[in-house]
Design a protein around this ligand. Structure first.
Ligand SMILES: [Zn+2]
Length: 97
């Protein structure tokens, strides 16, 4: 449909070249967007250290609850006692003096 409009606007002999140029541009745009996305991903990954440490917000975290007050917190931030976890040193000392 648009090709017909172009055909009226420009001479039809130029149209095939224009078509290829447009297709080429679209492909170029696609590749550029794809590369941009990949670069963004890499930047996000590079901004934070690898999610080996459980402190990154994106990494799945093991949640534990304080044995004293029952508050839930990431295991990496919990204070571990003999067999249980606590939200703070105070609670650990209270339960396990
Ligand atoms: Zn607690």
């Amino acid at each position: 449909m648009w090709a017909r409009a172009l055909c009226l606007k420009y001479s039809c002999s130029e149209l095939p070249d224009m078509k290829y140029a447009i297709v080429f541009l679209v492909i170029l745009l696609g590749v550029w967007l794809w590369r941009k996305n990949r670069a963004d991903d890499r930047n996000e990954a590079g901004a934070q250290p690898k999610p080996k440490s459980a402190t990154t917000s994106t990494a799945p975290q093991v949640m534990v609850s304080c044995a004293l007050c029952g508050v839930h917190l990431p295991k990496s931030e919990a204070f571990s006692g003999k067999a249980k976890h606590y939200c703070s040193l105070a609670h650990r000392q209270q339960r396990e003096p």
